[in-house]
Design a protein around this ligand. Structure first.
Ligand code: DGL
Length: 275
């Protein structure tokens, strides 16, 4: 039998670290490998073909490291690449391995947070255009009204360390005004991009009173725990040493300096070249 290996956690850049942080809190016993494709981030405005091609390349890299389970901790990659990878690629390249995303687990529970039965989804252009959230939510909460808003400037603000600046105020205010203009009944705002939790403080300043702000980290961690309980055949292939390794496709110095904001711990990353 194949040797147990770490669980892979992928994002286009730093955002997935907000998810990994919650996963490690909940499931500290496992080993993890994180890969940020920082050299090619952001993915949010890229075409389906490009996001699929980049994501598949990263997933294959995780498989080369021995990982049997890979989490796409990126909504854009989950929206644009996950289904094709699961349905077309895995059966051919790695039928015993699994790739999971962040959209499905979120849509399974999001309706439970809302009393008014109106939720707002803030995400990248790519995630919004894919319509993945409304389509998936409809399956679990058919009576929930779902309003989306693309916030194309938010990831660049976060990636460039401008999330506490006045520039961030401008764009946060603008996108929140727009989504509440479309549906004033919204009482839950979902941060459907793993970068957005860094803007939480700013978002709260402009959020109408009583509106709940939901980010995905804890939801994904709980769902992963449940998945591992239900799939002992995958669980036993995940190594348990409590270690985390970090890789980036760009500068390790930038990654280490920046990643602390997302992971609340200092990080020493390694570089890989995928191009
Ligand atoms: N963090 C990714 C997400 O959750 C998107 C970032 C990007 O645009 O690359 O959608």
């Amino acid at each position: 039998m194949q040797k147990p290996a770490p669980i892979g956690v992928f994002d286009s850049g730093y955002g997935g670290l907000t998810v990994l942080k919650e996963i490690v809190n909940k499931l500290p016993q496992y080993d993890y490998i994180y890969l940020g494709d920082n050299a090619r981030a952001p993915y949010g405005n890229r075409s389906f073909e490009t996001v699929y091609h980049y994501t598949l390349q990263c997933v294959q890299w995780f498989f080369e490291q021995g990982c049997s389970l890979v989490i796409l901790a990126c909504n854009t990659a989950s929206a644009k690449a996950l289904r094709t990878i699961q349905q077309n690629d895995l059966p051919k390249i790695a039928p015993d391995k699994r790739v999971l995303g962040v959209i499905r687990p979120t849509t399974e529970v999001i309706g439970n947070y809302s009393e008014s039965k109106s939720v707002g989804i803030l995400a990248t252009n790519g995630t919004v255009i894919s319509n993945s959230y409304p389509i998936e939510i409809e399956k679990f909460f058919p009576n929930l009204s779902v309003t989306q808003e693309a916030c194309p400037m938010w990831v660049p603000l976060v990636e460039n360390n401008e999330y506490q600046s006045h520039g961030a105020d401008f764009f946060v205010k603008k996108n929140l005004a727009s989504i509440f203009g479309k549906d004033p009944k919204i009482d839950v705002i979902l941060l459907a991009c793993t970068h957005y939790p860094l803007l939480k403080e700013k978002i709260r300043e402009y959020l109408p009173v009583g509106v709940k702000l939901v980010s995905q980290g804890e939801i994904i961690a709980a769902s992963l725990e449940d998945y591992l309980n239900r799939h002992p055949e995958i669980e036993k292939k995940c190594s348990k040493g409590g270690k985390q390794l970090f890789y980036t496709t760009d500068s390790t110095e930038d990654f280490d300096n920046h990643a602390t904001n997302f992971f609340s711990q200092s990080i020493k990353s390694l570089h890989i070249d995928l191009s």
